[in-house]
Ligand binder design. Structure first.
Ligand code: NAG
Ligand code: NAG
Ligand code: NAG
Ligand code: NAG
Length: 457
């Protein structure tokens, strides 16, 4: 345990805590808090919580959670979403939407179960290179044909080596795609939207040489672009776009403290020239999904063009979540119209994600602050997930989490929301801080909560 010097006030808190027990104890403590004197001189009022702020009090108000509970394994949902994730149909939908400045990658050929027998080296040789081969109904093998060479580079069952476009390449390719076309991808992870797509193999132009980066992920919710994930690693060696690091940015290109499933870079790449246009496109396509969260993937073309890549509703199979969870909550809140797009400006998104005003102070049995288990968080759910982890089994974890959320609610309106957890008796109290002495206010939130720990009068 990393211990700090025990301040006197912490010592007195410890005495109080030893005298008090259970619910009544907490009530008494709250009464005491209500009569805390203000120290007058040199005080500043901290900026209050914005009344429009959306506060995440439940793990269920999160996009990935809703996805796991209500989208996956749901046939009704799957049928409705199938056309939008079908790589052939999605292009048609986007063309019909007639979005200014958006290009759709040309399809060169299609094969379905009925005519897959026409898969031939001649067909492969006849198509204009470079092109991509992939399945319409799944995240299956993806291959590239360029300079009369064949290279399967993603989810390849027969290896990823590059070879001349000859009989061997044809056989490898045909085996890959004959197998893919027979697969029911939804069996893997319950993403039933893939079950309702006609399985086909699509050959389309490879625009890799026409773009500088991998697709840009526009997270759009309630028709509103919320944040963006952009490739930040420079292409090197044979590394493919999907293997590269990414950064999250607000829609006005300010870096956000969100981490998802990949490594992050030190610096964000320069803002692409087509950024504003991409924003307009993401917003226009988002109008197709007024009550949902969708990831709109766009390619930033070197020649100023923007290409549509795909719509995704179940990113990474919804097996993961963002850190902080609040990012997930914001998507949910916009899709459910709990948060207005007019409020969720890029500045708002930056501010609430960077906010650390939900502060957990974890005390050990001596009343010492456990530094590495004490920190500021952007939402009650983020803060209480730490408290939850102190539980030894599922039942106590749940109890800790619920109690923490309850205490957090009590101090919602304050500028700084402090929650004290003491491991010895598993006691929790919360208090708000709205005023602070000038010198204390300039320090971190953790110090501010620590300084204001309630003392017995
Ligand atoms: C805090 O640090 C101590 C000592 O390094 C370690 O044993 C403990 O697991 C850490 N606690 C947390 C919550 O990280
Ligand atoms: C399945 O999806 C439909 C359409 O989105 C939705 O109305 C329904 O509530 C979902 N069912 C479950 C059990 O979540
Ligand atoms: C295979 O059939 C589909 C329609 O079912 C058609 O769109 C496609 O062009 C056909 N492919 C070839 C190579 O004939
Ligand atoms: C505890 O929760 C985890 C994750 O939710 C679950 O995998 C595990 O089976 C649970 N254990 C018990 C004993 O319920």
């Amino acid at each position: 345990m990393v211990l700090s010097r025990r301040p006197n006030r912490v010592a007195s808190l410890r005495c109080i805590m030893m005298l008090l027990a259970g619910v009544i104890a907490n009530l008494q403590l709250q009464l005491m808090l209500a009569v805390q004197p203000s120290s007058g001189e040199g005080e500043v009022t901290l900026p209050r919580q914005n009344p429009d702020d959306w506060v995440m009090f439940s793990k269920d108000t999160a996009y990935f959670r809703e996805c796991v509970k209500h989208f996956k394994m749901n046939h009704t949902w799957g049928k409705i979403h199938a056309p939008f994730v079908d790589k052939v149909e999605a292009k048609e939908i986007v063309k019909r939407a007639r979005v200014t400045g958006l290009d759709v990658i040309p399809t060169l050929a299609l094969l379905d179960k009925k005519n897959i027998s026409q898969y031939s080296l001649e067909l492969m040789k006849s198509l204009k290179q470079p092109y991509i081969i992939k399945s319409t109904h799944m995240s299956g093998g993806v291959a590239r044909v360029f300079n009369n060479r064949y290279h399967c580079f993603k989810y390849c069952d027969y290896g990823t080596s590059e070879m001349p476009l000859g009989t061997k390449a044809f056989e490898v390719s045909k085996s890959q795609f004959t197998m893919d076309i027979g697969l029911d991808y939804s069996r893997n992870g319950g993403e039933l939207q893939y079950r309702y797509i006609k399985p086909q193999v699509i050959f389309e132009e490879d625009i890799r040489s026409r773009t500088a980066t991998d697709v840009t992920f526009w997270w759009v919710s309630g028709g509103h672009p919320v944040f963006v994930s952009q490739q930040c690693e420079q292409p090197a060696g044979n590394k493919q776009g999907f293997q590269m690091k990414r950064v999250f940015l607000s829609t006005d290109y300010v870096r956000l403290p969100i981490v998802f499933n990949r490594g992050v870079c030190g610096d964000a790449p320069p803002k692409p020239a087509s950024w504003e246009r991409q924003f307009q496109i993401a917003r226009a396509l988002g109008k197709l999904f007024p009550d949902e969260t969708v990831r709109v993937d766009l390619y930033d073309g070197k020649d100023g063009k923007v290409f549509f890549s795909e719509f995704t509703f179940t990113t990474a199979g919804c097996w993961r979540t963002f850190s902080p969870t609040l990012a997930d909550g914001l998507l949910w809140a916009l899709a459910h119209h709990e948060l207005s797009p007019a409020v969720a400006s890029p500045t708002y998104i930056q501010r609430v994600l960077a906010d650390r005003s939900w502060v957990l102070l974890s005390l050990d049995e001596e009343g010492f602050l456990i530094r590495n288990a004490s920190s500021g968080h952007p939402s009650p759910v983020d803060m209480c997930s730490i408290v939850e982890s102190f539980g030894s089994d599922n039942e106590s974890k749940q109890k800790f989490f619920d109690e923490c959320i309850l205490r957090a609610r009590d101090v919602k309106g304050s500028a700084l929301r402090c929650l004290v957890y003491r491991g010895t008796d598993q006691d929790m109290i919360s208090f708000g801080v709205d005023r602070a002495s000038q010198d204390v206010a300039s320090r971190g939130n953790l110090n501010l909560c620590e300084k204001n720990l309630p003392a017995r009068r």
